[in-house]
Design a binder for this molecule. Structure first.
Ligand SMILES: *[C@@H]1O[C@H](CO)[C@@H](O)[C@H](O)[C@H]1NC(C)=O
Length: 126
């Protein structure tokens, strides 16, 4: 499948997903605070894959060369896809660069098995 088709299908899935959520009170009535679920296992392969994706995608967009180190905090939220709010430690490319902390928001689309980087902020100081 070409990437254009993938993009169109992704948009379609998101669109249908948002309609579904709007007509379904079970999905729409939760508040922001209680709808984010903390992830306990920060070394799980799936989570690490999403973390590496976020750093790689940020590098592509920002023309930077951060290297993923680890995920130090993660929360997920089931919306039109699975939203991942990850606090990530990454290092710059230079030998003496210190690890810094970033916050990335990724949406993973289960149907398409594809991820999308929504935002990548930082470094933040914790
Ligand atoms: C994501 O997590 C960070 C760090 O805990 C927090 O500051 C931020 O508000 C969260 N973002 C969202 C969209 O919940």
């Amino acid at each position: 499948m070409s990437s254009n088709h993938t993009l169109l299908l992704t948009i379609l899935v998101f669109f249908l997903g948002s309609i579904f959520c709007n007509v379904s009170p079970a999905f729409g009535s939760k508040t922001h605070a209680d709808s984010w679920i903390p992830v306990k296992n920060l070394n799980g392969p799936k989570l690490v894959k999403i973390g590496k994706f976020a750093v790689g995608e940020h590098n592509n967009k920002a023309n930077s060369n951060l290297m993923f180190d680890k995920v130090v905090k993660a929360e997920i939220h089931q919306g039109y896809g699975i939203e991942y709010n990850l606090t990530i430690v990454a290092k710059g490319g230079a030998r003496n660069d210190k690890p810094k902390t970033y916050v990335a928001l990724v949406v993973y689309d289960q149907f398409m098995d594809s991820s999308h980087l929504v935002s990548f902020k930082g470094p933040i100081y914790v």
